[in-house]
Design a protein around this ligand. Structure first.
Ligand SMILES: [Zn+2]
Length: 613
């Protein structure tokens, strides 16, 4: 049995972003490069003009299907015999792929990341009850006590009709009386109904809660703008995910709509307290702490550190902004920020087949299983494990005993997919949550041809560009492009045929003459070491080599049971199961994922796969 290998890996970041040199008069090379692309495994790039582009027998109405990219505006769904459309590889697709490789090899910024986005992650940790109050325009959090109102409480049905945050009076004596007006021996509290939705299933069947002040209202924290902004992000995320889920018990999940409205009202006019749940991570080495607010006790956290913060703190790899500090990739491919705008000096045109008929180019459509490719919030994959950490997040890590330390993490690197000959060809059952695609085949004669135009390049830049565009000129190397990469799709070869340099001269009649000369020999034989960062070489060679993963079974993470199924020739429908199964009982009251059971390290010291524990 071949060991399992995750479908992608990371090229580690260098120590620091390398700032490119400003251009001078030596940047004078203008011309075009003829490039040939061939499919090594089936290729899929979607034509997004129609999300129901194919006739998929047995599929429900909401099932999405996409045909391969063409210039056609797709209207009626076609069956798999239709081969009237010319498959085209859009220039933007080639450009994106080449740029991300160029960025990796030149220690450039990560231009494609959304650096300011707040990262949310579901946590199994139970939050504590609290009450927010205002004083002189500032917000504070007081400790709270959660009193549950179960369905057998006579007040239960009335509470259901009251708005979130309503002041109620509560007696904790055995009969648990509740009143809407002050009564003797009753304590003031605030209604927190919560949601019966996916975030609170099972564990909180209990019904509503009344949050009363704990220890006479001891203040726990002064809430910073960041704390409040992240609270709003959590609320927004519930709203965005709103699916009006009607559960078996008839309860409807609305995404905390009413809670959010009451919170907005409280910010404008509130005079007392507003009920909330919170979690505080206290750094075990110092006095610093980090607070998370939420409308639910079983919830998700909005982390303080953004990807931008993380990239900035470890080598300044956040997308470039300042024109005087541009990385080499931004100088060559262009960039736009609030303060700077640099035009690209390279232009990629669409790659097309030199044929008049596309018969035999399309592969039979395939329905992809649902996979839960790890999102950036899957810290175990995306962030480097801090030494001695048993668990790590975007804001803190925990040691074996569960003690947290606040930190700014490091990302694992730049994500790239392995080449693999394990290509998924068997369709999953078409449903509402997966999709069917029609890729194009591997065909020896299907060379796509394109021209890459360049202007004002330095000699080194042109050599770099030709090196990348001629990746398959020597050895068994290539790139991954397009969709369905985790399923083995999208391996391509890329070869340069001609490098035409344009030169202008004036003839005896004083006319300007444009001459083009093929100088491929001059530009295509420079060794890697003379062009790119040496520390990235090994990773890049492993990732671009078609044979690197030969002795592995490349697959998205699957469970042992699914693996047996897969090896028995069955299709694994639920690619997300591994993620569910690996959320083990919380250690130190938090989530914990173990990877090593399913992941084998690949040879090569930079390529050892993420291993926990
Ligand atoms: Zn940059």
């Amino acid at each position: 049995m071949k060991p399992f290998l995750n479908p992608y890996h990371f090229i580690p970041l260098s120590k620091k972003k390398i700032v490119g040199e400003p251009l001078d008069e030596k940047a004078n090379l203008t011309g075009r490069i003829e490039v040939e692309i061939r499919t090594k495994t089936p290729l899929f790039i979607p034509n997004t003009s129609n999300e129901h582009a194919l006739k998929v027998p047995g599929s429900p109405e909401g099932h999405k299907s996409y045909d391969f990219f063409s210039y056609n505006q797709l209207t009626e769904p076609v069956d798999d015999r239709d081969e009237t459309r010319e498959p085209v590889i859009p220039g933007s697709e080639i450009r994106g792929m080449i740029r991300s490789v160029y960025e990796a090899l030149t220690a450039s910024c990560l231009s494609a990341v959304d650096d300011s986005k707040t990262i949310l992650k579901r946590t199994e940790q139970t939050f504590d009850a609290g009450l927010i109050y205002k004083e002189k325009g500032q917000y504070f959090l007081a400790g709270g006590k959660r009193e549950k109102i179960k369905e057998d409480n006579p007040f239960y049905n009335q509470a259901k009709t009251l708005p979130e945050g309503t002041t109620l009076y509560y007696s904790s004596e055995t009969n648990k009386r509740i009143s809407t007006s002050p009564q003797d021996r009753m304590k003031a509290g605030y209604l927190l109904k919560g949601e019966p939705g996916p975030e609170m299933e099972e564990k909180s069947k209990a019904g509503f809660a009344i949050i009363t002040l704990k220890n006479d209202g001891e203040t726990i924290a002064h809430l910073t703008d960041s704390d409040l902004a992240r609270f709003n992000t959590v609320l927004d995320s519930y709203d965005k995910n709103k699916e009006k889920v009607q559960r078996d018990d008839g309860k409807v999940y609305t995404g905390y709509k009413e809670y959010r409205k009451q919170w907005n009202d409280f910010q404008k006019n509130g005079t007392e307290y507003f009920p909330v749940y919170y979690c505080r991570i206290k750094d075990s080495t110092g006095s610093a702490d980090q607070l998370y607010l939420s409308p639910a006790c079983i919830t998700k956290k909005a982390y303080k550190n953004t990807i931008g913060d993380i990239l900035k703190a470890h080598g300044q790899f956040e997308p470039c902004e300042d024109e005087s500090q541009l990385c080499q990739a931004c100088r060559l491919f262009g960039m736009v920020s609030d303060t700077a705008k640099v035009a690209s000096r390279v232009r990629f045109t669409d790659a097309r087949l030199e044929k008049a008929s596309w018969k035999g180019y399309y592969q039979k459509p395939v329905t992809l299983p649902i996979i839960d490719t790890p999102k950036i919030s899957t810290t175990e994959f995306y962030l480097k494990r801090p030494e001695n950490a048993s668990y790590w997040t975007f804001d803190y890590w925990r040691d074996q005993r569960g003690n947290p330390t606040l930190y700014v993490p490091e990302i694992a690197g730049r994500k790239f997919y392995w080449h693999s000959s394990d290509v998924l060809r068997q369709s999953a059952v078409p449903g509402e949550n997966n999709r069917t695609i029609r890729p194009i085949k591997i065909k020896d004669d299907n060379a796509f041809k394109t021209w890459v135009y360049f202007e004002r390049l330095t000699e080194k830049e042109l050599k770099q560009l030709v090196y990348l565009l001629n990746i398959s000129g020597k050895g068994t190397r290539g790139y991954k492009m397009g969709g369905a990469k985790p399923f083995g799709y999208g391996s391509i070869t890329m070869k340069t045929n001609r490098v035409l340099i344009r030169r202008l001269s004036v003839n005896e009649n004083n006319d300007i003459v444009i001459e083009e000369e093929d100088e491929i020999e001059k530009y295509c034989n420079t060794p890697y070491e003379d062009l790119f960062e040496p520390e990235t070489k090994e990773s890049f060679e492993l990732l671009s080599d078609f044979d690197s993963t030969k002795s592995y079974s490349v697959s998205y993470p699957i469970t042992d049971g699914q693996r047996a199924e897969q090896q028995g020739g069955e299709i694994v429908e639920e690619g997300f199961a591994w993620f569910s199964e690996n959320k083990q009982p919380p250690m130190a009251n938090d989530e914990h994922i173990q990877l090593e059971k399913y992941m084998a390290p690949l040879d090569g010291k930079h390529m050892a796969l993420a291993k926990t524990k």
